[in-house]
Design a protein around this ligand. Structure first.
Ligand SMILES: [Zn+2]
Length: 47
């Protein structure tokens, strides 16, 4: 019987723009680049 161990807590990375939650920071960063790259302040040095 599997019981929940309360010692480890799952870290969630939530997108501040839309509120989506991702398991890893890499997924969150990729999401932000894909979903929120446009219509946002353009990053300096691109072009
Ligand atoms: Zn988002």
């Amino acid at each position: 019987m599997a019981s929940m161990t309360g010692s480890r807590r799952t870290v969630e990375f939530r997108c501040k723009a839309c509120g989506k939650v991702f398991a890893t920071e890499d997924m969150l960063e990729a999401h932000k680049r894909m979903e929120h790259s446009k219509e946002s302040h353009p990053p300096a040095g691109v072009g």
